[in-house]
Design a protein around this ligand. Sequence first.
Ligand code: GLN
Ligand code: ZN
Length: 774
Amino acid sequence: MSVRSTNLGFPRIGARRELKQALEQHWKGALSFHQLEQIGAQLRERHWRLQQARGLDHIPSNDFSFYDHILDLSCTLGCVPRRYGWTGGPVDAATYFAMARGRQIGRDDVVAMEMSKWFDTNYHYLVPEFGPDQTFRLASTKVFDEYAHARSLGIQTRPAIVGPLTYAMIGKTVDGADYCRSSLIPGLVPVYAEIFERLRSMGADWVQIDEPALSLDLPLPYREACTAAYAQLATAAPGLRILLATYFDSLRDNAPLAFSLPVDAVHIDLCRGSGQANTESNDLERLLEEALALVGSKTLSLGLIDGRNIWRNDLAASLKHIEWAVARLGADRVMIAPSCSLLHTPVDLEGEDQLDRQVKRWLAFAIQKLDEIATLAKGVNRGRVSIAAALAESDAVVEDRRTSARIHDPRVQQRLRDIAPSMKARSSSFVERNPVQRSVLNLPLLPTTTIGSFPQTAVIRKARAAFKRGEMDEAEYRDQMRAEIRDAIDRQHRLGLDVLVHGEAERNDMVEYFGEQLEGFAFTGNGWVQSYGSRCVKPPIIFGDVSRPRPMTVEWTTYAQSLTRKVMKGMLSGPITILQWSFVRDDQPRRMTSRQIALAIRDEVADLERAGIRIIQIDEAALREGLPLRRADWKRWLDGAVDDFRLAACAVEDRTQIHTHMCYSEFNDIMPAIAAMDADVISIETSRSHMQLLDAFVDWRYPNEIGPGVYDIHSARVPTVDEMVALLRKARSVLTDEQLWINPDCGLKTRDWPEVEQALANMVAAAEVVRKES
Ligand code: GLN
Ligand code: ZN
């Protein structure tokens, strides 16, 4: 009798991003699909062997994907939108990639499926589309092929597949379909049953059904459909055991439902649910106790190794929890697992040579997490002495982190204690400070501006790469960036924009740029995590107390201001965005970390004002995506986010105008928070929704100024003057002229100069047209 070591999923992109390179070669036509498939097969084999070498008892298959596992599932279930011209039979590669990325061959111009965030992660899935008479049927052999592939290598795997509840919940109805998506679940079940039967006949003994939707607020029809579905699935393939995997939060009111389903094992996330998410803090012991009370005769899979973060596990603490579960259930009814799929962590810590050695010792990436799982299983099955060295090292790391002077900065702690309510409020209300700003800024009605960045040209990227490699010295790099700033300002003068920006040439990324200048951050060389398709991000690691040793943007911004008599807007990233797009320390509440970042940004804001900058924009691109999965947690999170923003922004006098920018299209839920941020001006994405977005602001009677984006920067298309005039007229029908700013949807760094100049020239022309109408 022994506990089993298991995994729920492994990153597929490859330690050197091999899959990314291969995909991009394939899309360029430089690699055939057959060659791409071979690279995929090599990666799968490598990853299975890694897990096999560590003796893992349950190794997942079907966790691989060429683009996205939800897209794979849509193909498996025959849920292919009509516009791709699929006529049945297995979904071929061309159709698959058309669904992922759109297709443009001459007149054949088909858009891609919509992308959306996978729960509260930074991974994006392709949103399933359900039409009016949606039916499902098995249309891909991927799950069988991968199982057979592993089997041919002598590796028994546990195929993983996202379940019918989650699949129905995360999709959308299209083409006028008007039904509750829960009504699709009964139609999905026979396809799942067919899959399970076939896997069973091929020799599978376990299957893993992922149902992260059990971490959401579940309307009654979904609960009922879920119960009915699992009653059928449980009998679909006698002998095939089912692990129901829940993750990304604790189950809370869904716990009785999850544990009532007739499955063999239930997996619970003991990391996210225990205070590390933006949620009410739940302690791990209470969660475990609750699960033990409900588990009945099932097996319990303990998600103790954090699949969403990069900290090394505290093995002694985990052992204690596992032993507790073993004492209650017996070893054979306990599994050890990561909290969720390891898809959300980088692959391998080895080779991270430029990481500070002390910090590196505190970390574990996917491969190291497999070691931790194997070690814990060994410790329980063969006794603590069998893992004595690993335990000693783990204890030493815990102690090192607890006491390290690199982490704990008494000055930062003192500043946190010194935060007074007055620091989080402007000295006057918007109504009072607005006229002061008007007289200082002296802008025309309906002022024009941009969101901050201008094209990051190949020249800029080359210079930065050379500088980072040490091939270009600092003086030369600075001169080059200054030349770029001059160029951007000349172009803005010629275009006749009213409020200028320096263009962010010196910034690689809106979080990394600030993180590199702040204390408490570390950076990996290769810590990539898949964001969508072939796109990966490399989040900074916040390991310690955050502080700002010196100004970060003042020199660039004042240089830019010195080149123009127009108003130069200073650009900063906000505390919530920096928090959300980093790996955050787990030894204190996330709020504490974001507050420290807010203080650092506040210092920068104050320095910019002191240096004569009259408008400062603090971008909060990630504020909405940080929303917790459960509505009950929203208020707490939003209150905290607003508080941090205000702490960062309210360092200034009335005359200084604070802007913020948010690039998403759903404001209804967060309007009270947006209003409470009290930015003098907010720029938002609206062009794709044809200004519909503004409704939220109008309904709320939002009093401050707004720049609704008048064109979509995500497309290479240059918008016409007329289009933008039409949008502006729409905006003016609901907002006052005094409230309205004119700007694109988002930053322009991904575009080329010729299209940017044309688009902005048209935007300025549109501004002139509507000004004449006032
Ligand atoms: N100021 C940033 C830029 O212009 C904002 C980016 C964003 O909103 N994602 O690039
Ligand atoms: Zn944006």
